[in-house]
Design a protein around this ligand. Sequence first.
Ligand SMILES: O=C(CO)[C@H](O)[C@H](O)COP(=O)(O)O
Ligand SMILES: [Fe+2]
Length: 221
Amino acid sequence: MPTKIAPSILSADFARLADEIAMCEAGGADMIHVDVMDGRFVPNLTFGAKVIDAVRRCTALPIDVHLMVVEPERYFDDFAKAGANVCTIHVEVSPHLDRQLARIKELGMQAGATLNPATPLVTLEEVARDLDLLLIMSVNPGFGGQRFLEYSVDKIARARRMLDAAGSRALLEVDGGITRDTILRCRRAGADTFVAGNAIFAAADPRAEIAALRNASLETA
Ligand SMILES: O=C(CO)[C@H](O)[C@H](O)COP(=O)(O)O
Ligand SMILES: [Fe+2]
């Protein structure tokens, strides 16, 4: 699976969102990652369906929505209508995960599931074969620019084995603290899709940073 880079617009300049997204596209980004936070599941508030609709009108790239909200199923219809391509929910707030993933697919989106750093991988074992994307959070969700939690590397390796054992072709995505330094360890552990916010948008040349991250993930030495 080739490396995919998904810039997180959480770290973009919201006053220039269309330009920031065009820059990501010109830099070779594979998807646009949109962090939806409700101030309840995580201590921060961000975007809703209107912003996803605006992002949709800015780009043809897939929109990768990461829902950090309680009762995520309340928003599936709106996000599908707004043009989201991937919809990822947290297991901690999804007691009916099987039904919720099925509903996401029924609405024409790809279904993703994710785990806080402290949530064990085993909570996803039964639905592994149904996932289009498995997201490993490598920071506690809620904010951009945090330090990568090193123990995530082992969790990625175990997630890779779990997906392979289930015969799943799901993307294995990592989110939080991805930099030129951390991306290689994650790739070697079996991840293929990398969310990056601060590393891209705080870089001197954000466009070049997308290529730099991709190259760093492919180093062989
Ligand atoms: O889900 C998220 C935070 O909850 C963001 O996608 C993530 O933190 C990206 O930011 P950075 O690359 O700066 O860590
Ligand atoms: Fe995210």
